[in-house]
Ligand binder design. Structure first.
Ligand code: ADP
Length: 200
């Protein structure tokens, strides 16, 4: 039992395609889902070694007075400077990696499959870690409408966010399982159930 391999499934997609909707449903069904964005925030929480390294590398002005990270300021600094972005990634990624593997290990004690919600899974080249990758796909226009209504964003801003990511068509081509979210949530849930049956 102890050496049994616990399946690790990565869930990704594009902004507004329905990742959160899928992972919420998986959690309702009782499956563990690791939230990569939450881990990325935890990696640089006040008092963490990674945040200390960020302040040492980029200056204390990257922190608010309460010691928490000023994400906007740091983001603005690294956005247009690939070298700085690389430096930041080299500080933060190993810590996120450590937290991810620790979470997988903890869930593995009690579950036969563990999911991870990783919005930038392909962009950051993390495919190899997973036994399978599920991509939540929706046509671009549908994503735009959903982002606009979920975030109160303008059409231009929604389009701009989509442009900033790898194309969802490409992710769909690389996926092991594609969940097409262009209809009702119930239709999406049925595909999730189908994928679970086939995969597990
Ligand atoms: P992501 O996590 O990929 O950015 P979400 O799961 O948050 O996407 O979905 C984007 C928005 O669209 C949310 O407000 C969500 O409730 C809504 N949504 C997702 N799937 C559907 C669907 N099949 N029908 C209607 N609304 C949906």
């Amino acid at each position: 039992m102890q050496n049994k391999h616990v399946q690790f499934i990565g869930i990704t997609g594009g902004i507004g395609s329905g990742k959160s909707t899928v992972t919420r449903y998986l959690r309702e069904l009782g499956y563990p889902v690791i939230d990569a964005d939450a881990l990325a925030r935890r990696a640089v929480e006040p008092g963490s070694p990674a945040l200390k390294a960020v302040a040492e590398t980029f200056g204390d002005e990257m922190l608010f007075e309460d010691g928490s990270l000023n994400r906007k300021k740091l983001g603005a600094m690294v956005f247009s400077d690939p070298e700085k972005l690389d430096l930041l990634n080299r500080i933060v990624h190993p810590e996120v990696e450590r937290l991810l593997l620790a979470a997988y290990k903890a869930f593995s004690e009690t579950h036969a499959v563990v999911f991870a919600d990783v919005p930038l899974l392909y962009e950051t080249g993390q495919e190899a870690r997973y036994d399978a990758i599920w991509v939540v796909y929706a046509p671009r226009m549908v994503c735009v409408e959903r982002i606009m209504s979920r975030d109160g964003a303008t059409r231009d801003y929604a389009e701009w966010q989509i442009e900033a990511q790898m194309s969802l068509e490409e992710k769909r081509e690389r996926a092991d399982v594609v969940l097409v979210n262009d209809d009702t949530p119930e239709k999406l849930y049925a595909q999730v159930e189908n994928a679970l049956e086939k995969q597990l």
